[in-house]
Structure formats: C-alpha cells, structure tokens
Design a protein around this ligand. Structure first.
Ligand code: ADP
Ligand code: ZN
Length: 304
C-alpha cells in the first residue's frame, strides 16, 4: 500500500492527515493557524506535526510517496510559493514548498486549496462520475476548484477559480481587495459573523448567526437570504463560464446545510442561462470537512 501526507492550510486551522492510496485517512490532526508567530515558525510546527504523525503510524517511510499541501491563494503553485492570501495577512512571498522540502526526503507539492479539494471530490467524493464540475469552498474565505473535460484548471500560477473576489453586489461596500461588493466580503464565514454581529449589536460566531436564522429572527433573515442569493449568483457565473454539470460546496459555512443548498439550487434553476445549466446539481462535499486535507494528499497520487 502507498500513502501520502496531506496538509490543508486554512485561515482558521491547519489539517494534517496520512491518507492511503484508496483515499482513506489513517491518522489526522488539526492545529490552529497562529498568525501571531512568523510564518516560518508556523511551518516549522507543521513539519514537527508531520514528522510525529509519520513516526507514530506503523507505516514504513518508503511507503510514503510524498507530502501534498493545499494552501489559499494567491499563490504560485509551480514554484511552491504562497504569495499574499488575504486570510493569512503576514504570509507574503513564503517559499512554503521549500521550507517543508528541507525537512523531508520525499517530494512535496503545493496547490491551491480549492483545487486540491476538487481533486478529492473527483477521486472518492460527490463528483466521482463528473468530468465537468466545480468545487466551491465557503469558509474563512471563498474559492473554487474547476474541472473541465476531466482536467483540473490551474492557470498561469495555479490561481484559476479564485471566485471569492468576483463582484456580486457593489452596493455592499468595499472589500479588502479594493473592489466593491466581492462575493467573499458578503458570504464568507468571516463576513457573515461580522455583518451578523453588526445587525444584532453583539458579538456572534457564523454558527450563531445561522442559529438565529433557523429560529426565524427577522433581522437576520434578510441578511442570510442575501448571502444565499449571492452564493447563487456565484454558482450561475461558474455554470455559465464553465458549462458545469455539478457544483460541490464545502467549507465550514456549508454546515448550514439544507436551507443553503435549497436556496442556491433554486437560484440556479431560475437563472443559469443554458437550460441544461439550470439542471446543475448543487450538492454538499461528500468528504465534508475533510475534502481539503484528502485533496492535498491526492496531489501525490496523480488523480488527474
Ligand atoms: P478554514 O477557512 O480554516 O479552512 P473552515 O472551512 O472550517 O476553515 O471554515 C471556517 C468558517 O466556517 C468560519 O467562518 C466558521 O465560523 C464557519 N463555520 C464553522 N462551523 C459552522 C457552522 N456549523 N455553520 C456555519 N458556519 C460555520
Ligand atoms: Zn475582493
């Protein structure tokens, strides 16, 4: 049996797992993303976690074929560099791949996190049967991984699918990138908690905002329905641009579940341009919150 190590770098947490060639997680751990320490120190912690995990597994080192890292963009995946992700503010031009590679003798690969998660959903998840689909993560930020004609779209530096900074509602106000009304500034977990807290006049987590929505709180309802609408707008954009047959949604905010999926499905069935596009299925990630880390490990297995 062959194994690889997956590392999923998020704005809130870093997931690390040993995955076998069938996509099964043998061991896993999650550590918080600590932005108060230099990125190099955080990477050194990640290296320690990887080493510990390999040592305590009963797997011999020569069965481990590589380490795959999924990281938020903008990045330069071909050169293994994290460029300037908005949700990792201090991580500017970090040679991530090199800093991991120095500690291990097996190959290290770096890819956009949403692209990695798309690979996982294609490999053993909700898009196993699909050659034209998008994976959208709605988490600390928002991004997409896109598969067209059975191939993962990477682009010049590996940033294809960075849909979080697509303008969906200019009236909403300025985004951290300078544009007005980006998807991520309205519908990411971070944005939902911020705006929900402003509306209610007290500090709320994203989950607490959704709990108020489930309880029928009217002040929150308008806001959350607008969040669902802009996520629908984003999905229609993906469908119209890439002619997808399925959109898989993952990330922490997808835990909001049925109301979110029903609402996006309904928007898509009305507004996608192509009649076949209106049939696009909007489904939750089968790998749930593990799509990112399994996808990172999948980078070493030549799935696509
Ligand atoms: P990361 O961005 O670090 O990869 P996640 O994919 O877990 O992390 O996304 C984190 C976001 O998901 C946070 O904004 C968090 O508040 C939100 N979140 C976590 N659990 C829930 C939930 N049950 N319902 C809605 N949002 C949630
Ligand atoms: Zn933006």
């Amino acid at each position: 049996m062959e194994y690889s190590v997956g590392v999923d770098i998020g704005g809130t947490k870093i997931a690390i797992a040993v995955v076998n060639q069938k996509g099964e997680m043998i061991d896993q751990t999650v550590i918080p993303t600590d932005l108060s320490i230099p990125p190099e120190a955080m990477i050194s912690k990640i290296n320690d976690e990887i080493r510990n995990m390999i040592e305590k597994s009963s797997i011999s080192e020569d069965e481990i074929i590589g380490i795959g890292i999924g990281a938020p963009g903008p990045l330069d995946s071909k050169n293994g560099i994290i460029t300037c992700p908005p949700n990792l503010k201090t991580w500017v031009d970090i040679p991530f791949q090199k800093l991991v590679q120095q500690s291990f003798s097996i190959p290290v690969k770096l890819e956009n996190d949403a692209s990695a998660a798309a690979l996982a959903e294609k490999w053993i998840g909700a898009a196993k049967e699909n050659d034209n689909f998008a994976y959208m993560t709605v988490s600390t930020g928002i991004g997409a991984g896109i598969v067209v004609d059975g191939k993962l779209l990477r682009g010049l530096k590996g940033n294809a699918g960075d849909i979080g900074h697509t303008v969906v509602d200019p009236s909403f106000g300025q985004c951290s990138c300078g544009q007005y009304g980006c998807l991520e500034s309205i519908a990411s977990g971070t944005a939902i908690a911020k705006r929900g807290s402003e509306i209610m006049g007290r500090h709320l987590s994203t989950k607490e905002v959704f709990d108020l929505y489930a309880e029928g709180n009217e002040k929150i309802a308008d806001f959350i329905e607008n969040v669902f609408r802009v996520l629908g707008v984003a999905c229609v954009t993906l469908i119209n641009t890439f002619d997808t047959e399925k959109i898989v949604i993952g990330g922490g905010v997808s835990k909001a579940g049925n109301p979110l999926f029903r609402s996006i499905q309904s928007y898509v069935s009305q507004y996608a341009l192509n009649p076949s596009g209106r049939q696009t299925e909007i489904v939750p990630a089968k790998l749930e919150q593990s799509a990112g880390v399994v996808g990172a490990a999948a980078l070493c297995f030549n799935i696509m």
